[in-house]
Design a protein around this ligand. Sequence first.
Ligand SMILES: *Cc1c(COP(=O)(O)O)cnc(C)c1O
Length: 494
Amino acid sequence: MHIINTWGDKMKFQSTRGLESGVASAEAIVRGIAKDGGLYVPESFPNLYDSLKKEKTLSYEELAFKIIKEYFTDIKEEELMDAINEAYNDRFNVEVNKNFLELYHGPTCAFKDAALLFLPQVMRRARKALGLKEEVVILTATSGDTGKAALEGFKDVEGFKVIVYYPKKGVSAIQERQMSTQEGKNVKVYGITGNFDNAQNGVKEIFGDEKFKEELKKEGYLLSSANSINIGRLVPQIVYYFYGYFKLVKEGKIKEDEKINVVVPTGNFGNILAAYYAKRMGLPVEKFICASNDNKVLTDFFHTGVYDKRRELILTESPSMDILVSSNLERLLFEGSGKDGEEIKKLMDSLIKEGIYEVSDKLKEFLKDFYGNFATQEEVSKAISDMYNKEGYLIDTHTAVAQVVYEKYVKETGANKQVLIASTASPYKFPRSICNALEIDVEGIDDFKVLNKLFEKTKIEIPTNLRDLDKKQILHEEVWDKDEMKEAILSYLK
Ligand SMILES: *Cc1c(COP(=O)(O)O)cnc(C)c1O
């Protein structure tokens, strides 16, 4: 494999489990996960805050370029600029409203858009830099949101196909319609019998099947994933926090260099880790407030230093945070351990074998910059209705989890620092829960009509991408048995 890097390739990546280092970004992006099972992390963090603060008026795209180019140094700068423009122009933007960093102004109305619009663009350039001949097939199992965002990101991207599996009976009517109406020459959506775990295990099994992959390779295809542990998804998220911070400075809410707190509704720990990476690049952040729903593994972890996933997964109304293993936490622990890959490997082995691990005293000390707490369903509903009734501002269930936890933090500590609360989804993405919180009667009404009910009550505009979904043409209707996921791929590729 050749990497063309006449413009210098300063940044390298290493694995959190210690057995790989000096990996160029294009390889880290295309591979997704390191060969030793670890996650790729940057070998260093460039301090950019001091230079960026002199240019507070940069557009989102310009800021993204300045940050991202420090990491993906083996992809030509012009190509990165194109990747960013193709990803974001007219498709995604970040807004700051009160203390809320609204990250959901994209094609699927949730914050995963930002990363999943960029990843395909950078992967396409990485594929070129590596001189790969094969077409790359992205396989994704989804419980609803990630699938749609991956479809939007990869649609019509040259050199790629994207196949999404979702549990036929396990997603909301709106989520299903978002996927089944997906346009694009290179996309395929399959419903499967079974639940999300079946879909995810099916995909994992396919990735582990060397013989099947060999067979596909002969046909000219290479399998890859758009999983949230891909470093190509993580790096673009750093941009949010710089953008939000400079916006607060511009609005006069903070002075330059003043420290702020950030609150992030957390699932896989990607978004909050990006905030930590921003701090490592110099951004003045005091506390990272990690908000969980009833699946409060992380809350317990930040209180005790013990990560214990041995519990039932609870299905909540903030489904994108219903997670027991927050994969990206491994990256934080790696930094906190002083980049001790052996120590991290032991912890992760213990998690797999015993379902639990406890970190060292040194790590516990390091984790003091983080505060964890959780919100129950009643607290979430109350936060939604309070915020709407008192401030006229509508927040979704995930953002409400963050709001509740922030209130708890203030109550416990008396903190009065300026705060940025990550707002991760449009309230219209989960309209039934919002209507219930606002006591709008939606008993027996279908999801599409619920959207209109919420609009009638609040007069807050329904995002265009969710409006009229029920009138769009259905393009994907195939349903396969959960044991025939490979056959489904072959039927599409051959
Ligand atoms: C994915 C998601 C989250 C959790 O983000 P992580 O980076 O996985 O911690 C929170 N809210 C929404 C709406 C999401 O889609």
